[in-house]
Design a protein around this ligand. Structure first.
Ligand code: KIV
Length: 275
C-alpha cells in the first residue's frame, strides 16, 4: 500500500469537522467487490463485527475473532481507495484494559491499513478511548444498544424510550466525546434522546435506528440491499437483491440441467476449430 493510497482517503479530522454539516454517509462493508462499489458514494465504511451474523451465520457477534475482523478489513481496504475505513473491535479484544486494547488495535491497524477503530461502550470505555487516541489510534465510539452486551441485556431493545434511562446515556455520550472519540454511533435510541445528544456533544453522531436527527447514518449494507429476510424495522430496503439472486440461481440451474451454456458456445466452437 503506497503513501498516496493512504493520503487519498477521507480523514478523521474531515469526518470530525462534519459536525452539524452535510450528513455523513456510512455503510458496513465486509468484502472487496462491494467495497469497490461503495467507495465513491460513502464517507465511511465500517467493517462491523455484524459480519459474524451476516457473513458467517452466527447468532450474535460474540464469536467474532480479531483475526476474522482483520481478514475482512484487508479485503475492504484492497477494494477501496477513498472512503475512511473503520474496523470494529470484536468482543474480548479491548475491554480488559487500555493496554490490551492498544496492543490489539495497533495490530489491526498495522495488518489492515485501516484508519480508525470502533469500540462499544460509553463512560466505562472513556479511559480506554483516551489512551488509544493519545497514542495514535482514532476511535469511533458506540453507545445505546451495544450488541456485544446482548447476554447482559437479555436481547436487543431500543434504548431511551423511558426517560429514566436518559441521564446515563447522556453521560455516556459526553464521556466518549470528552475522551477524544472522533464520532459516536448511536444505535437503537429513541429520537428525542438522539436529538438531544446530537445537539449537546461536539462530535458527530452516527445513527442506526436512532432517527434522522443524527449527524450521519449507518446501515448494515446487506439489510438495505434486501438480503436479510428479517431486517430490523427501521431499515429501508433500497434494493431487493435476495429475490433477484434467487431468481438468477433458478435460471442458472435450469440452464445447467438442460445443458444450455449461454455465452460459452463460441468458446467451445473456437477450441474445436483449433484442434
Ligand atoms: O457491527 C456493526 O455493523 C455495527 C453497526 C451496526 C454500527 O456496529
Amino acid at each position: 500500500m503506497s503513501v498516496h493510497d493512504q493520503t487519498a482517503r477521507i480523514t478523521v479530522p474531515q469526518i470530525r469537522a462534519r459536525k452539524g454539516g452535510t450528513p455523513i454517509v456510512c455503510l458496513t462493508c465486509y468484502h472487496a467487490h462491494t467495497a469497490r462499489l461503495l467507495d465513491n458514494h460513502v464517507d465511511v465504511m465500517l467493517v462491523g463485527d455484524s459480519l459474524g451474523m451476516v457473513m458467517h451465520g452466527m447468532e450474535t457477534t460474540l464469536g467474532v475473532s480479531l483475526e476474522l475482523m482483520i481478514l475482512h478489513c484487508q479485503a475492504v481496504m484492497r477494494g477501496s481507495r477513498r472512503a475512511l475505513v473503520v474496523l470494529d473491535m470484536p468482543f474480548g479484544s479491548y475491554e480488559e484494559s487500555a493496554e490490551i486494547a492498544f496492543r490489539n488495535g495497533a495490530r489491526a491497524m498495522k495488518e489492515t491499513g485501516c484508519t480508525a477503530l470502533k469500540i462499544e461502550g460509553g463512560a466505562r470505555m472513556a479511559s480506554t478511548i483516551h489512551y488509544l487516541t493519545e497514542r495514535g489510534i482514532p476511535v469511533m465510539a458506540h453507545i445505546g444498544l451495544t450488541p456485544q452486551m446482548v447476554q447482559v441485556m437479555g436481547g436487543f431493545r431500543t434504548t431511551g424510550r423511558d426517560a429514566s434511562e436518559w441521564p446515563a446515556l447522556e453521560a455516556d455520550a459526553a464521556a466518549v466525546a470528552e475522551a477524544g472519540a472522533f464520532a459516536v454511533v448511536l444505535e437503537g435510541m429513541a429520537e428525542p434522546l438522539a436529538a438531544k445528544i446530537t445537539a449537546r456533544i461536539a462530535i458527530p453522531t452516527i445513527g442506526i435506528g436512532a432517527s434522522p436527527q443524527c449527524d450521519g447514518q449507518i446501515l448494515v449494507m446487506e439489510d438495505m440491499l434486501g438480503l436479510n429476510p428479517h431486517p430490523p424495522r427501521f431499515v429501508r430496503e433500497y434494493a431487493h437483491l435476495g429475490p433477484a439472486i434467487e431468481a438468477a440461481v433458478v435460471k442458472y440451474a435450469d440452464d445447467v440441467r438442460n445443458r444450455r451454456f449461454p455465452g460459452q458456445e463460441n468458446v467451445y466452437a473456437m477450441r474445436k476449430q483449433s484442434k
